[in-house]
Structures are given as structure tokens and as C-alpha cells.
Design a protein around this ligand. Structure first.
Ligand SMILES: Cc1cc2nc3c(=O)[nH]c(=O)nc-3n(C[C@H](O)[C@H](O)[C@H](O)COP(=O)(O)OP(=O)(O)OC[C@H]3O[C@@H](n4cnc5c(N)ncnc54)[C@H](O)[C@@H]3O)c2cc1C
Length: 387
């Protein structure tokens, strides 16, 4: 178990109260109608959530990965769609945090902190999902600008983000070694949106294609050196996969708590159903899985925050375990509620649908296993000395 600082406790208490008061009453309606309430953007910004990971020196909250994951976990306990709304902005900010361009940092962080602007993240294309190296969006240098053409698929927060990090090829012959990343203004001429996807889960967070037709981006909005963005992408994922793990963990914890409460209250055959050993064993397994997932996640974030070098397999393992646990635990929570679990009157139905998405985005769990397996092959095991 991680020991929370008094600052972390206060922050989580504030978020919890906010989520219960301002979001929970609308979660079912937002899910049903696939409708993100735009006024929440301002409220999230009021809490400092969009600049949560921006360093204090630039006016942000300066949260390390552990604290940011705690935030995502807390939000996702109430509404996992809102979890990804905030998580995705953290993913959009990460390449800026990782790059060495001080001018870019200053400009972007000041926009985020002072104007509450949010950033989406666009790598996926219709033919390039797991195989991110095979994107074909093209950026061509034109004097002090780049001209970008292409189409990005399944982009989270499309239409509600103010900027997007767009990955494009600047040297197509070199494939992933010719990839660069750009910060693209959502209102720039030539940038359009595809239809809003009608999704299984996380329905209150909008998902759509980004269509780029002769979009002109100033060179100063290229992130890092030309042709180095694939490495930047990998480093970004090392930091962001744990945040998806945190989202999944929040879902699992909420489903478990709901199932336990229900099992204590629901009576069949003259006794609370929790007194049937078959059901109690199920709840014991769910609890064990949640606690194991939490332990691995916060071990991973502690290693990341300490600057541990071989973080990649830990990030992948935490994403794999937490999201698989979320899927199992939410499915079992529906089972605990029986027929009522299938009804929209109880949140476990939504949680089960939300959990499924976490096993897929930011790298499917098959891809996580490949990442973990390659690390074992290359560097052996244990991944680190001691602890
Ligand atoms: C709700 C949602 C939001 C998203 N948001 C974003 C976003 O904001 N930005 C963004 O860039 N992308 C986003 N994505 C895209 C997401 O990251 C991809 O969907 C995901 O990486 C998988 O790609 P794919 O859908 O093309 O599946 P595919 O790559 O076609 O995979 C299909 C199946 O094949 C398996 N598979 C593929 N390759 C291998 C392999 N080598 N070995 C074993 N199995 C393999 C996969 O695991 C999967 O089960 C989002 C997706 C969803 C569903």
C-alpha cells in the first residue's frame, strides 16, 4: 500500500467531492447520449486538472506520475469517461514535457495554465493501429512551416481538445525513423473531424477521426528534432500506459465496492447473498486481484518517478494487469448483481463496458505482452536489482 502525503489526501478528497457533486448525477445521461457536458471542461480547469502535470515553474500543479495516477484513479471511480478526458490531456502534454525545447514548453504550458487549453493525441490511422510504425500521414517542410496531410482514426477528445499532437512522416522512406510530431491547433484551416464514433464504452468521451488537408503548422510547433518522434512516442507511452492502468483500477475498485454493498443487502433463500460461500469466494478473488493490480501500478509509478531506467516492461505490465483485472472484476460485479447487473439502473453495467476499452487503447494487451516479452528476451529477469 502506498502512503499518501497530506497534500495527496487533500487533493483526492477535493476531487472525490467534486466528482460526486458535479459529475455523478449526469454520468448515466452522458453515457446514454454520448454527450460530454462542455461546462465540465471549465470546471475541470478550475480544479487545475488540465495543468496537473505541468511543472510548478510554469504555473502548473507539477504532479509526478504517482500523484497523476491517483487523480485518474479517483476520477474513474465515479466516471471513467471523465477519467480519459483528463488522462488524454496528460498524454497530449507528455511529449512536450519530455522534449528539450524550452521555448515550446514555455509557450504551450502557458496556454494550458492561463487559458485552460487541452491537448489530444493522434497517432492511430485506419491501417496503422497496433503497428504505429506504418502511419502514412505526411508532413512536408515549406520554409518555416510544415504542410500536413493525412487522416487519424479513433482520436479521443476529438472536437473538445484545443490542440492535438499529430504524428506524421517527414521522411517516408525511413518509415518510423522518419517520423516527427507536431502540435496542431484545433481551429487551424484544413483540420476537420470525421463522424463521432458510436462506442461500446467510455461513451461520454468523444472519439472521432481527425482529417488533415494542407494543414500549415509553424516549425516552432514541431516537438523535438525532425525524424525522432518514434522514440518520443515510446517514451510517452512509458509514462501514459500507467495512467490507463489507473483508470482501469478506478473502474475495478468502484465495481467491487458496489458489488460488496449489493451482496450485503440482497437477500435470497432467507439470507444476504454474501453469506453464500460461492459468492463470497468470488468477492474474495475480485478483492485480491484489485489489490495486486494496485500494488504493481504504484510500484511502477514509484520507479518512474525515481527515474528508473528500464521502465518500459513495468509500464506495460501495469497496463496489462490493471486493465485485465478491471475486465474480470466488472464482469464478476455484474454476476454478483444477477439480472439487476444487466440493467442500466446499476453502474456496473457501464463499468463493464468502460473496462473493455482499457484493454484496447494505448496498445492492446497483446501488444503489452509483446513489449514485456521483448524486454525479458533483451534484458533478462529480474528487470531491476533489489525490491
Ligand atoms: C475508444 C478509443 C479511443 C482511442 N483513442 C485514441 C487516441 O486518442 N489517439 C490515438 O492515436 N489512438 C486512439 N485509439 C486507437 C487505439 O490505440 C487502437 O485502436 C489500438 O492501438 C489497436 O489498434 P487497432 O484498433 O487498429 O487494432 P489492430 O492493430 O488491427 O489489432 C486487432 C487485433 O489484433 C491484435 N494484434 C495486432 N498486432 C498483433 C501482434 N503483433 N501480435 C498479436 N496480436 C496482435 C490486437 O491485439 C487486436 O486484438 C483509440 C481507440 C479506442 C477504441
Amino acid at each position: 500500500m502506498i502512503a499518501l502525503t497530506s497534500d495527496q489526501k487533500l487533493m483526492l478528497e477535493t476531487i472525490r467531492k467534486f466528482m460526486v457533486r458535479e459529475v455523478a448525477p449526469y454520468s448515466q445521461e452522458m453515457d446514454e447520449n454520448q454527450n460530454f457536458r462542455m461546462e465540465l471542461k471549465e470546471k475541470f480547469n478550475g480544479l487545475g486538472l488540465y495543468s496537473a502535470t505541468v511543472p510548478v515553474a510554469y504555473g502548473g500543479m507539477g504532479l509526478d506520475l504517482t500523484s497523476f495516477c491517483l487523480v485518474i484513479e479517483e476520477i474513474s471511480k465515479v466516471d471513467a469517461s471523465m477519467g480519459v478526458v483528463i488522462q488524454d490531456n496528460g498524454t497530449g502534454l507528455r511529449p512536450i514535457l519530455l522534449c528539450d525545447d524550452q521555448n515550446l514548453k514555455k509557450e504551450v504550458f502557458s496556454m494550458v495554465v492561463n487559458q485552460g487549453l487541452s491537448i489530444g493525441f493522434a497517432i492511430t490511422e485506419s491501417h496503422a493501429g497496433s503497428d504505429t510504425a506504418s502511419i502514412s500521414t505526411r508532413a512536408v517542410r515549406d520554409g518555416e512551416n510544415y504542410v500536413i496531410n493525412g487522416r487519424k482514426t479513433f482520436i479521443t477528445n476529438a472536437g473538445i481538445s484545443d490542440y492535438y499532437i499529430v504524428f506524421a512522416l517527414t521522411d517516408p522512406q525511413a518509415r518510423h525513423k522518419g517520423m516527427s510530431a507536431f502540435l496542431v491547433d484545433a481551429d487551424i484551416p484544413g483540420l476537420g473531424l470525421g463522424k463521432k464514433e458510436n462506442k461500446l464504452g467510455l461513451r461520454a468521451s468523444p472519439t472521432a477521426d481527425l482529417i488533415l488537408e494542407d494543414v500549415v503548422v509553424p516549425r516552432k510547433f514541431r516537438i523535438g528534432e525532425e525524424n525522432t518522434a518514434f522514440l518520443l512516442l515510446m517514451k510517452t507511452l512509458d509514462a501514459t500506459r500507467p495512467t490507463i492502468a489507473a483508470q482501469a483500477l478506478g473502474i475495478a475498485e468502484a465495481a467491487l465496492a458496489y458489488a460488496i454493498k449489493y451482496a450485503n443487502e440482497r437477500e435470497q433463500f432467507g439470507q444476504p447473498i454474501i453469506d453464500f460461500q460461492g459468492l463470497l469466494f468470488m468477492i474474495a478473488d475480485m478483492t485480491t486481484q484489485v489489490e495486486s493490480a494496485r500494488a504493481l501500478l504504484y510500484k511502477t509509478t514509484a520507479l518512474y518517478d525515481q527515474g528508473f531506467e528500464n521502465i518500459t516492461p513495468f509500464s506495460a505490465m501495469s497496463k496489462l494487469l490493471c486493465t485485465d483485472v478491471a475486465m474480470r472484476v466488472t464482469t464478476d460485479a455484474v454476476q454478483v448483481l444477477g439480472g439487476y447487473g444487466c440493467m442500466k439502473d446499476h453502474p456496473v453495467e457501464r463499468m463493464m463496458r468502460d473496462a473493455k476499452v482499457t484493454q484496447i487503447y494505448e496498445g492492446t494487451n497483446q501488444i503489452q505482452r509483446i513489449v514485456i516479452g521483448k524486454s525479458i528476451k533483451r534484458k533478462g529477469y529480474p528487470f531491476h536489482s533489489g525490491g
